[in-house]
Design a protein around this ligand. Structure first.
Ligand code: NAD
Ligand code: ZN
Length: 408
């Protein structure tokens, strides 16, 4: 029964060709090396960043690869020098590392860990993969340091966050990327003040989490912008006060409408789409003097974002953020506790659930704008309910969300 030091054969959804459906394969997952953790995935979900990289062609070749980076699971085994988590712990893997020792991790001003060796992006610290095809031994690339579209994955301990096992896996999963990113952007990056006006561009899970975060911070006016009219109702439930569909405003630009609604521009604008033209439009929607635009969307190329320098001189600023400025190990447990205390809404974000074999349907739903987050359950995990309770180690997440902002 002790699998700790042995390779595990399991099922994985492999991306072989950019933009083509994932293929279910038997893969071999090597045991964790030093500083690594092997995780049994319970559930995973699809974020738009997976879709962006799934479509991406280019050199060096990224595929075959195992995509996926929003997930929750249980520690199956650990490598040498791993003391932070133990077998049986409930964990979420996170694409952003937190080594805890580098200048970035030690600073309140950054969450961009610089402590792991800068090797091949997304791969383990020694640059090699833990995945191969069981039939041929051919290696399979990791993705974003996580790779969760597999029954087992190996993740650097710097990318692992231990959670209270009382948080259901499908809710913990949401905290491993999209929802945390949006909430964090409102709290830590913008540090939205009560009474503020806000414009959120793109009402997917990230944008809707921004709206929720802004509402929690006491924003007075939260304008949601989306081409999909169905985002209006869900947006209202999560905090938006006004909705703009760019298709319904005739000759006017969105920034003109936002300026009209806010008397000169929003205090805070958030781009949650990944379009450089929308980033520029978000910037133009921000108020002169102090308007701040937070870019969260991941665009699939190197296209520059174009802003007239004069408009920057007018006191506006733009800042980009990964993971909403959150430090994963410190802040995810706080958000999880907020969920347990019913102060953070997560249930609305789960619009669909399906089995692992149907994973390609999740791509269809997300790209067609029909879902927010689709929870993809590994075989048997859903029936078993909240797993990891046998371990029962709770983690300390007593801090309040109001103490989240390190700019206060
Ligand atoms: P999503 O596909 O669920 O949502 C995107 C929304 O934008 C959809 O509602 C869509 O209708 C809308 N949209 C698309 N084009 C538009 C346009 N031109 N004008 C108005 N609305 C438009 O995506 P998501 O999972 O919420 O992710 C959003 C973005 O955030 C993606 O770019 C993703 O890669 C990125 N992301 C970034 C981070 C980070 O750390 N910075 C983390 C997670 C996701
Ligand atoms: Zn993501």
């Amino acid at each position: 029964q002790n699998t700790a030091t042995k390779p595990i054969r399991c099922k994985a959804a492999v991306c072989k060709v950019a933009g083509q459906p994932l293929e279910m394969e038997e893969v071999e997952v090597a045991p964790p090396r030093a500083h690594e953790v092997r995780i049994k995935i319970l559930c995973t979900s699809l974020c738009h960043t997976d879709v962006t990289f799934w479509r991406l062609k280019g050199f060096p070749p990224r595929h075959p690869s195992i995509l996926g980076h929003e997930a929750a699971g249980v520690v199956e085994s650990v490598g040498d020098h791993v003391h932070e988590v133990a077998v049986g712990d409930t964990v979420v893997p996170v694409f952003l590392a937190q080594c805890g020792d580098c200048p970035d991790c030690l600073s309140d001003r950054s969450n961009i860990c610089s402590g792991l060796p800068a090797g091949r992006p997304g791969m383990p610290r020694d640059g090699t993969t833990r995945f191969s095809f069981a039939a041929t031994g051919e290696p399979i690339n990791n993705f974003l340091g996580v790779s969760s579209f597999t029954e087992y994955t190996v993740v650097d301990v710097a990318h692992v966050v231990r959670l209270d096992p009382g948080v259901p896996p499908e809710k913990a999963c949401l905290l491993s990327c999209g929802v945390s990113t949006g909430i964090g952007a409102a709290w830590k990056v913008a540090a939205v003040e009560p009474g503020s006006s806000v414009a959120v561009f793109g009402l997917g899970a990230v944008g809707l989490a921004v709206a929720q975060g802004c509402r929690m911070r006491g924003a007075k006016r939260i304008i949601g912008v989306d081409l999909n009219p169905e985002k209006r109702d869900i947006g209202k439930r999560l905090g938006i006060t006004d909705f703009i569909n760019p298709n319904d405003i005739g000759e006017r630009t969105v920034s003109e409408v936002v300026k009209e609604m806010t008397g000169g521009g929003a205090d805070y604008c958030f781009e949650c789409i990944g379009s450089t033209s929308v980033m520029a439009e978000a910037f133009q929607s921000s108020r002169k003097g102090w308007g701040k635009t937070v870019v969260l969307g991941v665009s699939n190329g190197v296209a520059p974002m174009s802003i007239p320098s004069h408009d920057i001189l007018m006191g506006r600023s733009v800042v980009g953020s990964l993971f909403g400025g959150l430090k994963p190990k410190a802040d995810i447990p706080i958000l999880a506790q907020k969920y347990v205390d019913k102060e953070l809404e997560l249930d609305e974000f789960v619009t669909h659930e399906m089995g692992f074999n149907d994973i390609n349907a999740a791509f269809d739903l997300l790209t067609q704008g029909k879902c927010l987050r689709c929870i993809i359950w590994m075989d048997g995990a859903r029936e078993n309910g909240s797993v990891g309770v046998e371990n029962g180690r709770a983690c300390n997440a007593k801090a309040r969300l109001t103490s989240l902002s390190y700019r206060d």
